[in-house]
Design a protein around this ligand. Structure first.
Ligand SMILES: [Zn+2]
Length: 282
C-alpha cells in the first residue's frame, strides 16, 4: 500500500509561533525537529498498518523544513522550493500510485478564529478561496483535489479548530489527532510530543487499516474555483497568468479542464501574485 503524506508546520505539536515556522525565526530548528517528530509518528503507524511506500511532501514555506537525517527510514522525502514544484503541496500525487493520503501538521483556513496561523495557501495574498461558493482551506482543497484522483484522505492532525474543519469537510470516519487548543493565532494549550506522538501513530495505523470506510470527497464538477486577494496589486499580477480570469478588483476565477489543472493554475497564479517587481517597475 502506498501513502501520500503531506506535512505542514502550523499544526505540529508544540508549534505556536512564527519563531518556529520561518527560516529566520529564533526557534526554527526546534520547529523543524518537532515537525519531523510528528511526521515520523505518522509514518510509524502507516508502516504498522502495512504501508510499503510512503511519500512525504514537505509543504510549508520553503518546503525544506523536515530533517532528513532524522526521518523514519521507511519514508521518501519530497523536498525543494515551491517555485520548482508546479503542484505545490500535492506534487507527485498521482492516482496510479497512492491508495490513501494523510495530512500532518495542518492549519485552519483563512479568517478562522481560535486557530494557530490560519490561512489558505499564501497568508500574505489570499483572503478567501471558494469551490462552488464554499470557502475552503488547505485541508478541504487538497482533499478535494486528491479525491478527484480517487485518493481518499483518511487522517488529519493539527489544532482542535483544524480537526473540526477537517471533520466538517471530510466526515466523521476519518482519523484526527488534535495536538493543541489555540487561544489565539500565536498561543495554544499544547500537549507534549510524548503524549501526541503515540496518538498519531495509533491513529495513522487505524486510518490506513480502515481506509475503505472513507470515500474520496469531491465537490460537484466542474468546479467554480474563486480566490479573493488581499490587495489589488496581487490580483493584477495573478490575472496575467494562464487560466486565471479576473472577476473584479480583488477576485479571480481559476479555470482548468480538471481539478488537478485548476490547482496547478491556482499555484501559478499565487506565485505571480506574490512576485515583487524590481524597484523601477513598481
Ligand atoms: Zn505552512
Amino acid at each position: 500500500m502506498n501513502v501520500y503524506l503531506s506535512v505542514d508546520i502550523e499544526g505540529i505539536t508544540g508549534v505556536v509561533h512564527g519563531d518556529m515556522m520561518t527560516a529566520d525565526g529564533r526557534e526554527y530548528d526546534r520547529g523543524r525537529r518537532l515537525m519531523t517528530g510528528d511526521a515520523n509518528a505518522a509514518i510509524e503507524g502507516l508502516v504498522q498498518a502495512g504501508a510499503t511506500y510512503i511519500l512525504v511532501n514537505d509543504g510549508h514555506g520553503p518546503m525544506r523544513n523536515l530533517l532528513i537525517e532524522e526521518l523514519h527510514p521507511a519514508a521518501h522525502l519530497l523536498m525543494g522550493s515551491g517555485d520548482a514544484k508546479p503542484d505545490c503541496q500535492l506534487e507527485a500525487a498521482d492516482s496510479t500510485t497512492f491508495d490513501a493520503a494523510v495530512f500532518v501538521g495542518y492549519h485552519a483556513m483563512a479568517r478562522t478564529f481560535q486557530a494557530i496561523h490560519p490561512h489558505t495557501i499564501a497568508g500574505a495574498a489570499v483572503s478567501e478561496l471558494r469551490i462552488n461558493g464554499r470557502p475552503h482551506g488547505e485541508t478541504g482543497l487538497n482533499a478535494a483535489i486528491l479525491g478527484s484522483l480517487g485518493i481518499p484522505t483518511v487522517m488529519v492532525t493539527g489544532d482542535a479548530t483544524t480537526v473540526a474543519e477537517a471533520r466538517t469537510f471530510l466526515g466523521e470516519r476519518i482519523e484526527t489527532v488534535s495536538v493543541k487548543e489555540a487561544r489565539g493565532r500565536n498561543a495554544a494549550i499544547c500537549r507534549p510530543p510524548a503524549a501526541t506522538r503515540p496518538e498519531i501513530t495509533a491513529a495513522a495505523a487505524r486510518a490506513l487499516a480502515n481506509r475503505d470506510q472513507v470515500q474520496p470527497t469531491v465537490p460537484e464538477q466542474p468546479w467554480r474555483l474563486e480566490i479573493d486577494f488581499l490587495t489589488m496589486q496581487q490580483c493584477d499580477r495573478a490575472s496575467r497568468t494562464a487560466g486565471i480570469e479576473r472577476l473584479g478588483p480583488l477576485s479571480v476565477l481559476v479555470a482548468g479542464d480538471s481539478p488537478w489543472q485548476q490547482y496547478r493554475n491556482l499555484w501559478a497564479g499565487l506565485r505571480s501574485a506574490l512576485y515583487e517587481p524590481a524597484a523601477w517597475l513598481a
